[in-house]
Ligand binder design. Sequence first.
Ligand code: FPP
Length: 263
Amino acid sequence: MSPNQRKEDDSGGGPPAPERLPNHVAVIMDGNGRWAKRRGLPRHAGHRAGVDSVRSIVEQCAKYRIPFLTVFAFSSENWQRPQQEVSLLMDLFMSALKREAKRLCRNNVRLRVIGDLTAFSDKLCSSIREAEQTTAESTGLLLQVAANYGGRWDITQAARSLARQAVQGDIDPDAITDETLSAALAFSQVPDPDLFIRTGGEQRLSNFLLWQAAYSELYFTDTLWPDFDAAAFAAALAAFAKRQRRFGRTGDQVIDASPDRVV
Ligand code: FPP
């Protein structure tokens, strides 16, 4: 852990005020393999432990009343892993969907799976649809699971869809704006992530939410994903609460516009 991170993580006690909490948290869940290796276990044991951490962060988001959570379960590049690991990850994904859907529903969590699902087996696609349907009426947290997702894939499919509409004469190319492209992304209908967490010590975006993370606050921690517990999440929230989000403005402008500014 870097000295900066230690300073950031020092929450000073108590959870942040609700208005200092993120609306949308996105997570790259890295470190499952190393967690397993350190214990002399096969890599898939780390992925299995990683599912427990997903359950825990879902509960934490519900506890803090954070409305949107997006987790990166399988990237478009993860197909390059050894065939056995890919197939164990698919099995794990399927069994977790079957096992967790009812629990999510009981906890008023809605599940949405996002990514290029055409590469998945029919069996997995129908498990995904079933789990989404089981939780469709939930009105609490929206849990988005990115599977066979890549930020470049997302931008490309949005561009392709807009180009198709332009060719058909349904949209004027000059009328395409930031908002039009955003609306064509797989992650439309949800606000951009405010807090982008990556566990496992690496400090990169790995082709996750490239467009949507333009103004996300990045939080990197050495904690391996299976060890990312309630205290680790609280530390990330405390660090986020201390950030000044300027969106291109100056620090003074942000202070002047702050609703809790004392005049
Ligand atoms: C990265 O760790 C993790 C993954 C590629 C898979 C993450 C998947 C899960 C936690 C299961 C999620 C399941 C559901 C239902 C959402 P790594 O294997 O790259 O770890 P390493 O860097 O230590 O090798």
